[in-house]
Unconditional design. Structure first.
Length: 444
């Protein structure tokens, strides 16, 4: 700590000394009757020569850093589309570097060649159509090439998958990834954000039973559980409202109105959940029953994967740096991404001479305080047999939903009838009308 402080003090004193020297130089020039803007020819030529020196130092240091860090410290791409993206990346670098060296080289060259000289006069012209055309058409053509090639690659990344592609869902939430495989039927069960989370059912006055649906997967059982959970939440709020109305407890008018609004909102959500039965049909459970979830993404070499990406909370971005693939995970929306790995994890370990190498899935959007912890190991194996061995191994995968925990067969859809509420000030809240839905979603 002491050495760092001494170094800091030395730097500060050096800056102050240089500033004072410059000030003395300015004052001495004034004493000699020389104006600050007057520069003699010798000093002007020196500055022009230093421009050329700086140009070579600038370009030399850039080339040196580019040789070391130009690939972003990443190995060669390990996916089919990753190779296309990497090629496009290189093409962009070639164009950018050519323009960089040309424009900066001319900038410093002109500063040297056309430095001030008392015998030279500047030539001035107001307009040149050819020059205007050149610096309009050339950049526009260059950008058109980049955009067209980029759109073609983008269409390949997000386009329709092949018939052999395996369907996998990647689900992001603060601050973890969850992978859902589509199972033997290669069809992902439907999912709806309104089913996401924990649903509770009251068994007795002191006991409750819960059902967790982390990904909001739609099955007949999960729909029943969600309705049961919504009823549980509605009844808890209604009890608070009722206790206030009979004087058992007192809450503020603002909180009372908030609770009434929450009840109305939950009742609307319940209506939407019940509508799922007719919307998804008889196949709703069939597609989801063989899905399984894992906290590790395992892929088979040369097999195409079509990823469906979702987010539970905020904007995330699924980034596979070694596959050169990235796609945003947008709340309330599904996005997609295709990846066909071309190298196994073991092959990459040999190429990199690193026995601990692993492919990785990162979040490339700053999504909160623990954003840096949002990553997942990705493993690429050689054969389907290796994948099946991993899939059937202990502790690697688990069912997407606990369908053994059945929801009660009868769901009470009759809401608690509220009496007129005094609100402590003479205001009256309307009582909730009786819901005329049938007792089960099947009768809805």
């Amino acid at each position: 700590m002491g050495i760092k402080f001494v170094v800091l003090v030395v730097i500060v004193l050096a800056v102050i000394a240089i500033a004072q020297i410059m000030r003395v130089h300015e004052l001495s020039a004034k004493v000699r009757g020389k104006r600050e803007e007057d520069v003699d020819l010798r000093m002007n030529n020196l500055n022009a020569s230093l421009m050329i020196v700086f140009l070579f130092v600038f370009f030399g240091s850039f080339i040196w850093m580019f040789a070391i860090y130009g690939n972003g410290l990443l190995p060669e791409p390990a996916s089919v589309l990753g190779e296309e993206i990497h090629w496009l990346f290189k093409l962009n670098w070639i164009l950018v570097l050519a323009i960089f060296f040309l424009t900066n080289g001319l900038l410093f060259f002109f500063a040297w060649k056309y430095r001030y000289h008392p015998d030279r006069k500047a030539h001035w012209f107001p307009h040149d159509n050819k020059l205007e055309m050149i610096w309009t058409v050339v950049p526009a053509s260059t950008l058109a090439v980049i955009i067209i090639l980029g759109l073609m690659t983008w269409n390949d990344i997000t386009g329709t998958p092949s018939d052999d592609a395996i369907l996998v869902e990647i689900y992001g939430k603060q601050f973890a990834w969850t992978v859902r495989y589509s199972g033997d039927d290669n069809k992902l069960g439907y999912a709806d954000y309104k089913l996401t989370g924990e649903s509770k059912h009251k068994i007795s006055e002191t006991e409750t039973e819960s059902y967790m649906n982390d990904l909001g997967v739609v099955t007949n059982n999960s729909i029943l559980w969600k309705v049961q959970g919504l009823n549980y939440d509605i009844n808890k709020l209604n009890e608070i409202i009722l206790d206030d109305s009979v004087g058992s407890s007192v809450i503020s008018t603002a909180n009372l109105q908030k609770n009434i609004a929450k009840v109305e909102k939950l009742e609307r959500v319940r209506e939407h959940v019940l509508d799922m039965v007719g919307r998804y049909g008889d196949s709703v459970t069939k597609f989801a029953e063989d899905d399984f979830i894992t906290k590790e993404l395992v892929m088979v070499k040369d097999q195409e994967y079509f990823f469906v990406l979702r987010s539970e909370d905020v904007l995330h971005s699924a980034y596979f740096p070694h596959f050169r693939a990235q796609m945003n995970c947008v709340p309330g929306q599904r996005t997609s991404l295709k990846i066909t790995p071309t190298k196994t994890t073991e092959e990459m370990r040999l190429d990199q001479n690193d026995p601990n190498f692993n492919f990785i899935l990162l979040c490339n959007k700053i999504c909160g305080v623990s954003h840096s912890n949002m990553n997942m190991i990705v493993r690429v194996v050689e054969t389907q047999k290796e994948f099946d061995e991993w899939k059937n191994g202990d502790g690697n995968t688990y069912a997407v939903l606990d369908e053994s925990k059945k929801a009660p067969s009868e769901i009470d859809m009759e809401p608690m009838v509220m009496p007129a509420v005094s609100n402590h000030g003479g205001e009256h809240a309307d009582s909730h009308e009786e819901n005329d839905h049938a007792e089960t979603p099947e009768g809805h």
